[in-house]
Ligand binder design. Structure first.
Ligand code: TRP
Ligand code: ZN
Length: 876
């Protein structure tokens, strides 16, 4: 086996840069295979009395020349570095180099795909454009000239303001100047031919901002919702946080090849087209919801990320967690607070808890990183956002706003740390966050257990809370966390109670290993704990099925309501896991059926259908896998199928009534329509399942294909198709064929065609996916296609992935091997579900280890895949 000498960088090894760059002028002569990049940078030494050389980093560059102030100089190029000796304290360095956008399959740096030149520089892509101080704490002002042939590149963009354009030697050019100094990771360039949507937005203080949205030609109409979302985001940031846009133009470009969701480059956001292009015929309600939220996310980075940026990549969560928190609040205010919260909680309790329990687990502020691209994780983003939300919970909205203003004012134009942010929050609120910082330094998921007893003579309830965080691979000892426990009380009859001992904001603090709290309440009252999921912990409490029923029926907190039915499912799983693994008959899930029938019987005109629909969703297999430390996969698969069919059969009449009465008025997207459609389509699925379970597959089939034909929104079409495929109904081939015929020239819609089949919870799916990899519309180099097909199987289909014979692992391993030297970052992401093999049974463990070893033995194994495989294999 080849020895890899990839090394991890450590947070504590940070040293300030020896030099900074003050201005950077770049000239790009764009060409597919040989783009010439000429860079003139003014460097300034920061350390006094130092003769240290200037060290720049670069990757995959063909160097043509290096001069200082126009004169030749002494330099050497070695192992990804350019070292320039004997440099004065201040000077201009000119570098000319050549890069090949067309051969850039990693999609980092400057690449060309689908006829469009575009860049992705975060985190370390700028070094693939030219040699530079490619680190976030070096901020420089850019002036960028782009030359290209007019044909094929009618649009040429970079950050900031257009200051000049013209023609020269048969090519045209534009010159852009960004007045804000920025780190290299926020640099952007785009050139191509687009349909352009234009609009304006006038800020609160009267600045008129020109908005431009660039989409593939022919997709003008599909850009309209994104444009509305930009204006909505601008207005919201003014209203909620008093933050106004700071330039005269804001540009958004949609591209078809993109490693992640979108990128917040200053005034030139670049988006994966899935987060821009929607209309009611081609996109689902959730696609509309996601476009609005991602447009918001990138726009909000303009302050939290761009104006105030990061000192080093270990601080990534500083910008991401704060910006996710902000986009969640945006979606909550302009779309649905309930849906936004429930979706966020699902991410934490599924993939984030899984990551926290895995060998790649890391604190919100990591200590060690081998490949930065591997740290764009649910822990950094989503757990980080929960940590910000806890601060908000503890100090309140007013203090939070003051803290954010203080932070943005004090550090404007600087590269700072999470610590700097926390100090501002403390200063503005007067709240001591010393112990709270453990959320940033310790990985793993805290367990909280609760118990209570009642003293009838004193009429008091004694609530006892304990916390414990299991050791993780890198940290054996865990200190207690500072945990906000949002609490309320319900009487036995379900009425709210307000004991005087409960703080007015309803938040108890648990910050020791165990604590007691006294409340004067009625006998038999119920403490409702972690309302709104007030901390990312696992709770165990002696609630009975009856208690959950009371909370489900009477609690005014949407999370608690929806969670109560999850908990009823979870109790059932716990009680029947043994029986299921011995293949014994399973009992009827009485409590769950009771709860569901209550919900279905009490729908009225003012029912929040989004909440109802979420409350009526059985936990996914992936979230059931997080109910306990070890995963009895076969038993869980059996139980889930049994739960689903029992509920469907038992409540078929109720689902029929819902299916017939709850309907969206129009195929257009709106929060109201989304709720009605979601409920209607949930009912359709359950009704079809009920027919199928009663040996009436033909009736199920007719119901579903009629729905497919009669309803026009993509949400309806896709959901009907999914029901047909996942229930293996007789109509499935016809629907798939019709769908494919209609949409085969529409790559984004075809992703749904692939995804529906890749997520079919059936072991045979592995072979379906293998066949679809040969489909003419599949593209093994496009990240969206990869995520829609093998990626969807890997990340959202445990039944197929974890086939006992290892065929799922073999497929995943083939895809990862293919991608290793093409786009390793995308490969490393879909490899995630194999890293934590220790939680599975021995047969699966052995299979997974076999494939991980195979990957480890590869020649030229990339750093990003190596980091994960090595972490997996070295656990004991
Ligand atoms: N900063 C981007 C965001 O959160 C993340 C991102 C976009 C990214 N593209 C990337 C990260 C490529 C790594 C690599 O919106
Ligand atoms: Zn972000």
């Amino acid at each position: 086996m080849e020895k890899k000498n990839y090394k991890a960088a450590r947070r504590l090894d940070y040293t300030a840069p020896e030099f900074t760059a003050t201005t950077t002028e770049m000239v790009f002569e764009l060409a597919d295979d040989a783009t010439v990049v000429k860079t003139n940078t003014r460097y300034k030494r920061l350390t006094t009395n130092s003769k240290a050389p200037l060290r720049l980093v670069g990757e995959d560059l063909e160097l043509v020349s290096v001069t200082i102030d126009g004169f030749s100089c002494k330099y050497k190029e070695e192992a990804g570095k350019l070292i320039v000796e004997n440099v004065p304290d201040e000077f201009e360095l000119q570098i000319e180099n050549i890069i090949s956008p067309i051969r850039n399959s990693e999609l980092m740096g400057l690449y060309k795909s689908n006829g469009v030149f575009c860049t992705q520089c975060e985190p370390e892509g700028f070094r693939r454009i030219t040699y530079a101080l490619d680190r976030p704490d070096v901020l420089t002002k850019y002036k960028v000239t782009i030359f290209a042939p007019e044909y094929g590149c009618s649009v040429m963009l970079s950050n900031g303001n257009l200051i000049e354009q013209g023609k020269k030697n048969g090519r045209h050019y534009t010159v852009w100047e960004d007045p804000f100094p920025k780190p290299s990771y926020l640099f952007a360039l785009v050139a191509g031919t687009f349909d352009i949507l234009e609009d304006t937005y006038t800020t609160r203080s009267g600045r008129k901002v020109n908005l431009q949205l660039y989409v593939d030609r022919g997709y003008y109409d599909r850009g309209k919702w994104a444009m509305e979302s930009i204006k909505e985001a601008m207005r919201w940031d003014e209203d909620r946080f008093s933050l106004e846009y700071d330039l005269d133009n804001f540009k958004v470009v949609a591209v078809d090849f993109f490693n992640q969701g979108a990128m917040e480059n200053k005034s030139l956001n670049i988006f994966n087209s899935i987060y821009v292009l929607v209309d009611k015929e081609s996109a689902t309600d959730s696609a509309f919801f996601n476009v609005q939220s991602v447009i918001g996310h990138e726009y909000f980075h303009n302050y939290t990320g761009d104006r105030v940026t990061l000192r080093d990549w270990f601080q990534l969560s500083l910008k991401e967690s704060l910006t996710v928190f902000r986009d969640q609040e945006f979606s909550s205010d302009v779309a649905s607070r309930t849906l936004t919260r429930l979706k966020a909680v699902e991410v934490i309790r599924g993939p984030q808890f899984a990551e926290d329990a895995s060998p790649m687990s890391h604190p919100v502020r990591p200590e060690e990183v081998m490949e930065m691209n591997n740290f764009y994780t649910v822990t950094i983003y989503d757990k980080g956002a929960e940590v910000i939300r806890m601060i908000h919970t503890l100090i309140g909205e007013t203090n939070f706003k003051a803290g954010l203003s203080l932070y943005l004012n004090r550090f404007d134009g600087q590269a700072v740390t999470i610590e700097d942010f926390l100090c501002c929050m403390e200063e503005a609120s007067g709240y001591d966050l010393k112990q709270f910082r453990n959320w940033y330094t310790q990985d793993g998921t805290p367990r909280v257990s609760a118990s209570w007893k009642y003293d009838s003579s004193k009429k008091q309830m004694l609530l006892h809370l304990e916390q414990h965080t299991p050791a993780t691979l890198k940290q054996k000892e865990k200190k207690p966390f500072y945990i906000p426990v949002r609490t309320s009380f319900l009487t036995r009859e379900g009425y709210p109670e307000h004991p005087a001992e409960l703080p007015t904001n309803g938040v108890l603090v648990l910050n020791e290993e165990q604590q007691d709290y006294l409340f004067t309440v009625l006998e038999g009252s119920l403490p409702v704990l972690f309302r709104d999921f007030s901390a990312p912990v696992k709770l165990s409490a002696p609630y009975t099925e009856q208690d959950f029923k009371i909370m489900l029926e009477h609690c005014d907190d949407p999370f608690i309501k929806a969670d109560s039915s999850v908990q009823l499912a979870s109790i059932y799983v716990k009680h029947n896991l043994e029986a299921a693994s011995r293949s014994e008959d399973l009992p009827v899930p009485v409590a769950l059926i009771d709860a569901y029938s209550y919900l279905l019987d009490n729908i009225s005109a003012d029912t929040d259908l989004l909440l109802l629909n979420e409350s009526l969703k059985l936990p996914s297999l992936s979230s059931m896998m997080e109910f306990s430390d070890t995963i009895s996969l076969d038993a869980l698969i059996r139980i889930r199928a049994h739960l689903e069919s029992s509920v469907a059969v038992e409540l078929a009449d109720r689902y029929r009534k819902v299916y017939e009465t709850v309907k969206a008025e129009t195929p257009a997207y709106s929060v109201g329509n989304m709720g009605q459609r979601a409920m209607n389509l949930n009912a359709l699925y359950m009704l079809a399942l009920a027919y199928k379970e009663s040996s009436k597959a033909e009736e199920a089939s007719k119901l579903v294909i009629d729905h497919y034909h009669n309803f026009q929104s993509m949400t309806d079409k896709l959901s009907a198709m999914q029901t047909a495929v996942h229930l293996d109904l007789p109509c499935k081939d016809q629907i798939l064929r019709e769908f494919e015929e209609k949409w085969s020239n529409d790559a984004l819609v075809m992703d749904n065609f692939f995804r529906v089949q890749a997520t079919c919870p059936n072991e045979e799916t592995v072979f379906t996916v293998r066949n679809l990899l040969k489909h003419p519309r599949y593209d093994s180099n496009n990240p969206n296609r990869i995520r829609a097909l093998p990626g969807a199987m890997a990340l959202s289909n445990p039944v197929a992935l974890h086939r006992k014979d290892g065929a799922g692992y073999a497929l995943l391993c083939d895809v990862v091997t293919y991608l290793n030297d093409k786009n390793a970052h995308v490969a490393a992401r879909i490899l995630t579900p194999l890293i934590n093999y220790k939680r599975f049974d021995e047969v699966r463990q052995e299979q997974i280890v076999k494939y991980l070893n195979k990957l480890m033995g590869m020649r030229n194994l990339s750093r990003s895949i190596y980091e994960k495989v090595e972490a997996a294999l070295k656990q004991e």
